[in-house]
Write a protein that binds this ligand. Structure first.
Ligand SMILES: [Zn+2]
Ligand SMILES: [Zn+2]
Length: 146
């Protein structure tokens, strides 16, 4: 079985983050880790269902929220789309979103830590991060010109 190792790793990460270990949390953390790109909750639910049964979309959102709050998963909100998830690597990267096809790709943060922009705001405000999203057209869509 090739699933034993990632399962053990996911269990260890849940414990290290102080989360109670459940089959659904293991399954969804593994789903986020192994899914390329920026899947939404419904996509992750289908991946996780290979490992655990009876996972509703609401339960999926609840688990993803717990994983995000614990710092294991990063959730990116893009206007007009459901939340997108990926493994949190602490690199403070940003995103490029194609206006034509909706594809998302990572953009390296020039600074590498949050907040990477220095806002003109009184110092009494505690700034945690700058959410930067680049919008435009990906190479595929730029070629077809639609
Ligand atoms: Zn595109
Ligand atoms: Zn990303």
């Amino acid at each position: 079985m090739t699933t034993v190792e990632p399962m053990a790793a996911a269990t260890a990460r849940l414990r290290a983050a102080g989360l109670r270990v459940t089959a659904q949390r293991i399954a969804l953390l593994m789903a986020v880790d192994e899914s390329p790109g920026h899947p939404d909750a419904e996509t992750l639910r289908h991946v996780a269902l290979r490992v655990t049964g009876g996972l509703s979309l609401q339960a999926t959102y609840n688990v993803l929220r717990a994983l995000t709050d614990a710092g294991l998963v990063r959730c990116t909100m893009i206007p007009g789309q459901p939340g997108r998830y990926e493994t949190e690597r602490g690199d403070n990267h940003h995103h490029f979103v194609c206006r034509s096809c909706g594809s998302i790709r990572n953009v390296k943060c020039a600074v590498g830590r949050a907040p990477c922009l220095d806002p003109e705001i009184p110092g009494t405000y505690e700034i945690e991060e700058a959410a930067v999203t680049f919008w435009g057209r990906c190479p595929d869509c730029a070629v077809t010109g639609d």
